[in-house]
Design a protein around this ligand. Structure first.
Ligand code: ADP
Ligand code: MG
Length: 631
């Protein structure tokens, strides 16, 4: 007879780890020092990430919701994760399923809103919260007392997507101990941190997404070195390839393929795919149709192009991390679709070594999250593991001429902080507009705007005097805060960046490719913009000098300087950076002697009636102003 466990009423709450997946989600905890997945009453651990909103107001999650999808396609939200942190104006969102979207009301944040069950409007955050609530309930059934949670997110998730995930967890009544990158969680589940050092690749082929991550383990500390993948590639594509084969074998041309038939064939294709993981041959049977024999060899032929696409992404991620396949000390398989034997063989070939696959690839991320939750809750091992992640795109600040000054380069490990110092462009400027952008391009207009705020109340000073220090800080959860401080007055301000929507990995990928494609063009635009800014500053300074100290001019000097100013102005209106540079140099030459005379006069005036010590200070001060100008 089975022995039932009785809850210990004094037991502390169990910390839990949650893998909130695109296709499936699950929850795990550490039991007797080993992580285990929580099963429901049917002994199932995976909860399909599907939420159905019924007309009577009921909300159904998981397997039952999957069954409702056929009947209520628009009211059943699948893969809400793809919509997390996305804008409603994002063209991608319209392509992702048969949903009806509600337009945001005026003044409302620009997030995706699904219209379900007649008049109800729900956001992806709310849908994810339903999944998390179901997981929490499943954990409570098994453990009674549930504590804080570690929730995993893809390594490429940006600020908005992480924030959205955190919001969903809070909405579900979970205390989020921290967000953890999925690949890092998988490495923890394998206890790789005990090896102390090494470079690992995590190959994650799920239902609809493929992610590859290169992790560096340095003295027991994990760093995500690079991430890559394909947001439209996964086990579902194998189903579709097999379904096309079945439809052809059954003699259905496109005109005769109804949505109902396609759904039946897809279901059967998935069943066949799962069976082919252990069998060499299966018979697919679509209700009302003849049986079709499919061999594993034929299936492998059909999915070969998909595997090659994963290989491409792997090679790119390796390159980004500065590695060759041979440098990799271990490859971890994650995601249900890596059960397919052909996938395992392909990965072994690609990296030249057998991948780690002892832990259930469906569960490995949640198990790792549970290990981390246990550790954070202080009940686990004492040898602390510090986890580092990377930022997917560079973060920078807009400077004069619409140019981006990259402050934190892409793939910087988090938590991270970087500072840069700027100065004013105009005399008596009393505010700084700080504009934080994300992306790889040289010009602000080609990147994504993350935040804009103004630092006000700076006393009027000559241009170039103020010292503005901007610090960008990305915390362990990947959330960004910006701190700006004017150093001479100590006026400061901090903002936490909470954009209303984020970027998906496909957009990140596109932005990276754009940056590569436009590298040279960007540099030219940047040089031009910078040239124009310099030109206008220098011309203004020269004209100011002519006005202030005209009596110091020698014969013909004024005319020469004015001509050089006009020539530079004219070059500035053109679009040749080299011409602008040449004329800046010419104006410099024309004003050199005059500038020296002005400097002498300034020093002579400063000396009148002052001690030497103060003179030195004011000379230093003048030099400081010049250096600031040079920035
Ligand atoms: P996600 O991370 O996107 O939530 P999962 O890791 O749960 O996704 O992977 C789901 C995919 O794994 C589905 O395409 C499913 O068909 C596939 N899968 C699950 N088990 C098997 C199996 N035994 N053989 C082949 N594919 C499988
Ligand atoms: Mg997954």
């Amino acid at each position: 007879m089975a022995l039932f466990e009785i809850f210990d009423p004094k037991a502390p709450p169990h910390p839990i780890g949650i893998d909130l997946g695109t296709t499936n989600s699950l929850v795990a905890y550490v039991k007797n020092e080993r992580p285990v997945a929580v099963a429901d009453c049917d002994l199932e651990t995976l909860v399909p990430s599907v939420v159905a909103y019924l007309p009577n107001g009921d909300v159904v999650v998981g397997r039952r919701a999957v069954r409702l999808a056929a009947e209520h396609p628009r009211d059943t939200i699948v893969s809400a994760k793809r919509f997390m942190g996305r804008g409603s104006d994002d063209p991608e969102t319209r392509r992702l399923g048969p949903y009806e979207f509600a337009e945001p009301a005026a003044g409302e944040a620009n997030t995706v809103r699904f219209k379900v069950a007649g008049s109800r409007v729900v956001t992806p955050v709310e849908v994810s919260a339903e999944i998390l609530r179901a997981l929490k309930a499943q954990a409570e059934d098994a453990l009674r007392n549930v504590g804080g949670a570690v929730v995993t997110v893809p390594a490429y998730f940006d600020d908005a997507q992480r924030q959205a995930t955190k919001d969903a967890a809070r909405l579900a009544g979970l205390e989020v101990l921290r967000l953890l990158n999925e690949p890092t969680a998988a490495a923890l589940a394998y206890g790789l941190e005990k090896r102390t050092n090494g470079t690992f690749a995590v190959y994650d082929l799920g239902g609809g997404t493929f992610d590859v991550t290169i992790l560096l383990l340095d003295d027991g500390v994990f760093q995500v070195r690079s991430t890559g993948g394909d947001s439209q590639l996964g086990g579902d594509d194998m189903d579709r390839a097999l379904a096309r084969e079945l439809l052809a074998a059954l003699g259905f041309d496109e005109q005769r393929q109804t949505p109902q038939l396609i759904r039946l064939v897809l279901d059967e294709a998935r069943r066949a795919k799962h069976a082919l993981t252990t069998l060499d041959e299966v018979e697919a049977e679509v209700p009302g149709q003849k049986r079709v024999k499919i061999t594993r060899a034929r299936f492998e032929e059909l999915i070969r192009p998909l595997l090659e696409r994963t290989g491409l992404a792997c090679r790119r991620a390796l390159k980004d991390a500065g590695h060759k396949p041979a440098d990799i000390d271990g490859v971890i398989l994650v995601g249900g679709a890596t059960r397919v034997p052909a996938v395992r063989r392909y990965v072994a070939e690609l990296f030249g070594k057998e991948p780690l696959a002892d832990i259930d690839p469906d569960q490995v991320v949640a198990l790792g999250a549970a290990v981390q939750a246990d550790l954070l809750a202080g009940q686990g091992r004492t040898d602390d593991v510090l986890l580092l992640d990377v930022i997917p795109l560079s973060l920078g600040i807009e400077v004069g001429g619409g140019v981006v000054d990259k402050v934190l380069p892409r793939n910087s490990t988090t938590p991270c902080v970087a500072r840069a110092t700027y100065t004013t462009q105009e005399d008596k400027q009393t505010g700084f507009e700080i504009h934080v952008v994300q992306g790889e391009r040289e010009m602000v207009a080609d990147n994504r705007s993350l935040a804009r705020f103004t630092l006000k109340g700076i006393p009027p000073m000559p241009a170039g005097m103020a010292r503005l220090e901007v610090a960008l800080h990305v915390d362990a959860d990947g959330l960004l805060s910006v701190h700006a401080k004017e150093l001479t007055t100590a006026i400061e301000q901090t903002v936490t960046v909470k954009p209303s929507y984020g970027l998906d990995d496909a957009t990140v990928e596109k932005m990276l490719l754009d940056a590569l494609d436009h590298g040279e063009e960007d540099l030219a635009v940047r040089r031009l913009a910078e040239g124009r800014v310099d030109a206008s500053r220098i011309v203004a300074a020269a004209r100011k000098g002519l006005q202030a100290d005209g009596d110091l001019l020698e014969a013909g000097e004024r005319a020469r300087i004015e001509a050089a100013c006009d020539a530079l102005d004219e070059a500035s209106r053109g679009d040749e950076p080299s011409r602008i540079r040449a004329r800046i140099d010419a104006l410099d030459d024309a004003t050199k002697a005059f500038a020296a005379r002005r400097m002498n006069r300034a020093i002579a005036r400063a000396i009148e009636g002052k001690s030497l010590d103060r003179v030195e200070k004011s000379v230093e001060h003048a030099k400081g102003v010049e250096e600031a100008h040079a920035r």
